[in-house]
Design a protein around this ligand. Structure first.
Ligand code: SF4
Length: 329
C-alpha cells in the first residue's frame, strides 16, 4: 500500500491551549468502539465521569454529551484535555487523536492530509511562500487488485493524480502571476476534458454560498455582508494585489484544495466540476482577504488564517455544502 502526504504532514503539532478556536468546542465528538471499551474498563473517578458523559447520537452511535457553549466535557478551564492529562493520549477517541488529519482511500493508495479547519494547519501552509510537495511512502505490503471495478478506479487514480501534478507545476511556477495561473489551469482542464468550462462569477458564486447550511449566525451575516459589498470590495483588487503579494499563497491554497478534492473524481468523473470548485473556492477566500484589506487597509497573516479556516469549516467540513458547491443545485 502506498501513502501520499504533503511534505509538512509530519511536522504538525496541535497547539492545544494556544489555539484561539479549539476543535473541542462546537463539534459532536464520536466515541468509537475501541475507546468505548477502554472507558468501560477504566476504574477511576475519571472513568466514572467519562461513562456518565457518553450518550447516543442521532444515528445511534456513541458520543460525548457536550457541556455549556458546546464544549467537550473534558476540556478544562485552561482549554486542555483532562483525558490526556490524567490518562495519556492513548485514551483519546479516534476522532480526537486523528483530528485534523484526513484520509482518502483509493485502490492501493491512501492520500493523507491535514484539514484547513485547524488554524495551525493554515499557519503552516501560509507562513511561507515556498510551494509544498507530495511525498510517497510504502508500507511494503503488495496490493493485488482483482475486482474489475478496483482496477478501473486504480487506472483512473493514476491518470488523475498525474494530471493534478501538471496543475501543480503551473501553480508553483514563480514566473507567472496568480490570474495567469488560473487561466492556464482552466485551459489545461478544457484540453483534458475536451470541453469548454466556465467558472461562476462572484455574484452567482456568492448566491450559492448563501444557500449553504451555515455553521452559525455569524457566517450568515458575513456572507450577506460580503455579497452586498463585493462590487465595492473588488475596487480594491489592484491595490490589494500590489500591496499584499499573495500570489504564491493563493497558488498553494488552490493546490491544497485540489489535493484534497480533485482525485475523488475517480469515483464520479466530476473532473471539471472539482476543478471549478477549487478555483471558485480560492477566489472566494481571496475575496474574503480583500474584504479584510478594504476595511483595515492591511492584511495580516492572522486575517488570512481566519478566512481560510472559516471557509474550510463552513464548506469542507459539511458534505452537503461541499456537494452544493461542486455540483450546483
Ligand atoms: S484546531 Fe488544530 S491547533 Fe486548535 S486545538 Fe484543534 S487540532 Fe489543535
Amino acid at each position: 500500500m502506498f501513502y501520499i502526504k504533503p511534505d509538512f504532514y509530519d511536522s504538525f503539532k496541535c497547539i492545544a491551549d494556544k489555539c484561539t478556536d479549539s476543535c473541542c468546542i462546537g463539534w459532536e465528538i464520536d466515541v468509537d468502539e475501541v475507546a468505548f471499551d477502554k472507558y468501560q474498563k477504566l476504574q477511576s473517578p475519571l472513568g466514572d465521569e467519562i461513562r456518565s458523559c457518553i450518550t447516543e447520537s442521532e444515528d445511534g452511535s456513541s458520543c460525548f454529551k457536550l457541556s455549556e457553549n458546546e464544549r467537550c466535557p473534558f476540556l478544562n478551564e485552561n482549554n486542555l484535555c483532562d483525558i490526556i492529562i490524567k490518562c495519556g493520549e492513548s485514551f483519546l477517541c479516534d476522532i480526537c487523536s486523528e483530528h485534523p488529519r484526513f484520509y482518502e482511500w483509493f485502490p492501493g493508495v491512501t492520500e493523507c492530509g491535514l484539514g484547513l479547519c485547524c488554524e495551525e494547519v493554515c499557519r503552516i501552509l501560509l507562513e511561507n511562500e515556498e510551494p509544498f510537495s507530495l511525498i510517497e511512502e510504502s508500507d511494503g505490503e503488495e496490493i493485488v487488485l482483482e475486482a474489475k471495478e478496483d482496477v478501473a478506479e486504480s487506472d483512473a487514480y493514476i491518470f488523475l493524480s498525474a494530471f493534478r501534478e501538471k496543475l501543480f507545476e503551473i501553480l508553483f511556477n514563480k514566473e507567472i502571476d496568480f490570474e495567469e495561473k488560473l487561466v492556464k489551469v482552466l485551459s489545461k482542464t478544457e484540453e483534458f476534458c475536451g470541453e469548454r468550462i466556465k467558472i461562476r462569477d462572484y455574484k452567482s458564486s456568492l448566491e450559492l454560498y448563501k444557500k449553504t447550511e451555515p455553521i452559525d449566525e455569524q457566517w450568515t451575516n458575513y456572507i450577506n455582508d460580503l455579497s452586498e459589498k463585493h462590487n465595492s470590495i473588488l475596487k480594491f483588487e489592484k491595490e490589494f494585489n500590489e500591496k499584499t503579494k499573495g500570489d504564491m499563497l493563493y497558488s498553494k491554497i488552490l493546490a491544497y484544495v485540489l489535493y484534497r478534492h480533485f482525485t475523488k473524481a475517480v469515483f464520479d468523473k466530476s473532473i471539471k466540476e472539482r476543478i471549478c470548485f477549487a478555483v471558485e473556492s480560492v477566489r472566494f477566500i481571496r475575496l474574503c482577504d480583500m474584504k479584510a484589506y478594504s476595511e483595515k487597509g492591511k492584511l495580516t497573516l492572522k486575517d488570512r488564517i481566519e478566512n481560510l479556516k472559516n471557509w474550510s469549516k463552513q464548506i469542507e467540513y459539511s458534505e452537503e455544502n461541499t456537494e452544493l458547491l461542486i455540483y450546483g443545485e
